[in-house]
Ligand binder design. Structure first.
Ligand code: ADP
Ligand code: MG
Length: 361
């Protein structure tokens, strides 16, 4: 990296990317096998030599400069956001579930993509992976499977939909390994999801150009091929994290990966922001970490770093037991405990995300 160095955040890969992953709400399933389980040296997957791919869908949607999504017109640009952190147990799936549910409650159409073989997003939204004919595994490995055959409604009004996963998604990285060298393995998600994204050049119309307002991708806890696929499709990244020292180290590696993606496969990729999850704001360490993240982001203003406009979202998501309970019931926090702190925090996060101008300045 050049202008995108990470002075305050050591870019050293951490040994512990899979440790400290408390997941009390559900039975843990084994960590997925990834080409790069430790999150190290993923350059061969990102393959900067590969040119930006040409697909029928125009490139990552641009964020509306003055977007106020609550009254945004039907032709407001679609936003594709990857929830990404190579560390497990930091709040990715909880944020994907409840940010998506909050946006749907604001009247938005939201497509969620479960890219984690643990299938926690799928379970959290009340979809039983064992009942699926086809899931992300078939979509990504079988040429004959289309996104239409895999997508499932989550809400009755159809505003919230999901491309669900099951445990077999862990096998995708091995299945696609021999296509890494041609770049096909990194772009298969983008190719396969394209038919669900309509044509952004046409006004949206329920009959002829049905498309989501938001696509939220729940990434696995690694920087392997599945995450690279998410970063190929996405226009933006939101990083859920917990404010402690090791999380900060991981952020350096994560941002380095995003910078490599920007230099290679996805030149318009941006970091929209950092969400502080399970936050305990009264600790000195948490406040120090937030200050460090803030000053790191501030230093990037005006540079071409993908995080040059990134924010630390306010308010943070407080630790709240209801958020840990709701996945077991297959419900978002708004259905499970609409009056709890967790619901309020995620509703505010959705407003912050929806009114954000990632491409401004
Ligand atoms: N704000 C919160 N308060 C309490 N528990 C939380 C909160 N956010 C997440 N959790 C719980 O912490 C665990 C890890 O969160 P999860 O979203 O699954 O992380 P990840 O997807 O990054 O692995 C889960 O059991 C989840 O229910
Ligand atoms: Mg998860």
């Amino acid at each position: 990296m050049t202008a995108t160095n990470t002075p305050h955040i050591p870019a050293t890969p951490t040994e512990d990317v899979h440790q400290d992953a408390p997941d009390t709400a559900q039975q843990p399933t084994p960590e997925p096998q990834t080409i790069d389980p430790a999150g190290q040296d993923i350059a061969p997957i990102i393959t900067p030599d590969i040119q930006p791919i040409q697909t029928p869908i125009p490139d990552p949607p641009q964020i509306k400069q003055d977007g106020q999504p609550d009254d945004a017109p039907d032709d407001a640009p679609m936003r594709i956001i990857a929830l990404m952190n190579q560390k497990g147990g930091v709040g990715k799936t909880t944020t994907c579930t409840n940010l998506g549910a909050a946006l749907a409650r604001m009247g938005k159409r939201v497509l969620m993509i479960d890219l984690d073989p643990q299938a926690h997003l799928t379970l959290s939204l009340g979809v039983d992976p064992d009942q699926l004919d086809k899931s992300m595994y078939e979509l990504l490995t079988d040429a004959g499977t289309t996104a239409d055959q895999v997508v499932k409604p989550v809400t009755e009004d159809g505003r919230l939909t999901i491309l669900p996963a099951e445990v077999n998604l862990a096998g995708v990285e091995a299945e696609l390994a021999d296509k890494v060298v041609t770049g096909m393995a990194q772009t298969v998600l983008k190719q396969k999801v394209a038919p669900l994204l309509g044509n952004p050049d046409l006004p949206r119309d329920a009959k002829t150009n049905d498309r989501p307002d938001y696509v939220l991708i729940d990434c696995p806890p690694s920087l392997g091929l599945l995450t690279v696929n998410a970063l190929t499709l996405a226009g933006e990244v939101i990083v859920p994290m917990q404010a402690h020292f090791l999380a900060l180290q991981g952020l350096g590696k994560l941002f380095e990966t995003i910078a490599m993606m920007k230099q290679g496969i996805n030149p318009t990729l941006k970091v929209a922001g950092v969400v502080l999850c399970m936050h305990e704001g009264n600790t000195i360490l948490a406040n120090e970490v937030i200050n460090d993240v803030n000053s790191f982001l501030t230093e990037a203003r005006g540079t071409d770093a993908p995080w040059s406009n990134a924010v630390v979202y306010h308010p943070p998501i407080r630790r709240n037991i209801k958020l840990a309970e709701s996945p077991s019931f297959g419900q978002s926090i708004f259905d499970y405990a609409p009056d709890c702190h967790g619901a309020k925090d995620y509703a505010k996060l959705a407003e912050s995300v929806a009114t954000q101008r990632v491409n401004a300045g």
